[in-house]
Design a protein around this ligand. Sequence first.
Ligand code: A5P
Length: 240
Amino acid sequence: MTTKTTTTPPSDTLVEQEKQLAARTAVEQVEQGMCIGLGSGTTAAYAVKALGERVRQGLDVVAVATSRDTLNLAISEGIPMITSSVPLSLDLTIDGADEFDPQLRLIKGGGGDLLHEKIVASATRREIIICDHTKQVEVLGKFKLPIEVIQLAWPLVAAQVRKLGGTPFLRQLKTGTGPFVTDEGNYILDCDFGPIRDPQALACSLEPIPGLVEHGLFIGYASEVILARGNQIEVVRARS
Ligand code: A5P
């Protein structure tokens, strides 16, 4: 019997290595004196740690976080944080995504932080999205679209989502002890729309629904995606 040996790491390890590589590459773009937005999720957490290292080596920046978890991590890394409000203009934000397509349209919110992430993205001059190879898609929609809703309105918003052809699921805590609640005290509906061939049209249909606070379609925010595939980095810019 022959035993096949391989140097390829198991896929979970590979994905973690890719996240780390993408994060480190993005953090190299941070310059002295910048005001930085810090995204949320496991990939963005690697960027916060990499930025912390640079701050401890003397880099002078201030940052704003897109979630409580990111804020706590950034503080523990010694990064000077602005907590009063989001500044009118940020030089650079580094954030993750659940999916991105060739036009750099994103689905975000897998961690439930889409509202703060979109607010910070809207104030950002250069939004760098960091991804492992699993996040690149031709058409958005394999990942269920997260929609943040006011708690008491969730059945109403869910009904509207169904009218638009989606199937909504109220996100539950992993502990099974009730619905997941965002940093702003809202619920999340994870909505299966199938392949989203026209993300802009879907976004326009969702936005007027009363009780819907924000949706996870990020259109026109990403300046570039830093995509790690194995130990290679690819910088993806929008295909128009
Ligand atoms: C947080 O709500 C999200 O928008 C994250 O940016 C997104 O879910 C990506 O997370 P991971 O880096 O953990 O995959």
